[in-house]
Write a protein that binds this ligand. Sequence first.
Ligand SMILES: [Mg+2]
Length: 122
Amino acid sequence: MKVLIVDDSRATRAILKRILKPMGVTCVEAADGQKGLDTLAENPDVALALVDWNMPNMDGLQFIQAVRSDSNNDDVLLMMVTTESEIQRVSYAMDAGANEYIVKPFTQDIISQKMRLMGLDV
Ligand SMILES: [Mg+2]
């Protein structure tokens, strides 16, 4: 399984990779939403994108809206992983097409539980 990590924090990307790799996941990564769209286009086998909210150029909400506006991406699952915890934010993200929402800080167990909830085999 291939997962796209979209986060402007190199440290967060590294933590997520360290969690996902032992699950047999191949990771590709991008530092903002625009690069995330490019990386997704180059990797049509991405099953899931983990998406930060606050990023330069294109934020996570804009990324999710862009992904969901392209029918090529209908099979891509989207999980917001963010410090933004207000219920209104969660609601915006889910309305835009996010499948799951995790508030930082997260644990390995939360990541894997949410992936299984989305039907992924990890
Ligand atoms: Mg950020």
